[in-house]
Ligand binder design. Sequence first.
Ligand code: THG
Length: 266
Amino acid sequence: MFTVIGERINTTLKKVKSATENRDEAYIKNDVITQEKSGATYIDVNAGARIGHEEEDMRWLLSVVQSATTLPLCLDSPDPAILEMAYSLVERPPMINSISLEKDRFEPMMQFLKGKNCRIIALCMDDSGMPKSVDDIFCRAKALVEELEKIGFKRNDIFIDPLIQPMSVDAANGTMVFKAVEKIMTELQGVHTTGGLSNISYGLPQRKVINRIFLAMLMAKGFDSAILDPLDSAIMAVLKTADMLQGEDAFCMNYLKAVRAGSIVA
Ligand code: THG
């Protein structure tokens, strides 16, 4: 089963930012309900864009989002203190986005995560920065899995984010991630891989075309979760079709159901 993390409750999006500023509950609730109807399995909540307001905005967003859905949440912040606060406010086990190997994040996150009932996104980032090779990604993934297993995490609750970087910056950024995902999914069996798909198309035109095809190519390597916009019906159609083509959709039932519902069209 592919895990769809709906990315739309993020204050970097202009409409969400102003709805949050104005405490417009109806806008946020409607967005969450639409993401759920479109196939999200987690709702990402990121309140980071209004500098100096992240704590109060996160509190408000969590209460509004949870009044609109029973889906589990993906708590999205680089700040361990915000994640700890957010964890105390959720009504069901969340996904925590994220931990990395950066010292000032890794140590406090490990302290906090001990004994917690949650899933975790682990970024392949350390104090030397973004990964520069397949080996960088894999070694960091392996280190994160080993550390998380030591404090009791099951592989099924670990989502490795290889960190997708733009093609416009380096033509090798796509293949680096394909190869790393394949290696992670075969050598660290049981973990999941996820990431923000839209990073790949940054700086290029017709970004949605790139994001969609990238998703299908990643899925062929075992990529089994993504942070994406579930309201983009074309990317959701790619997801369901790729799932079917990989033999993960018995008798093509889900594919056929989606076609009948009008959500997969030529
Ligand atoms: N990995 C992990 N978490 C993440 C990311 C990641 N969380 C944040 C981000 N990346 C994923 N979330 C979003 C949310 C919205 C958009 C992109 C990623 C988005 N951006 C528009 C764009 O890029 O064109 C426009 C923004 C706007 O309207 O201003 O929609 O990689 N673990």
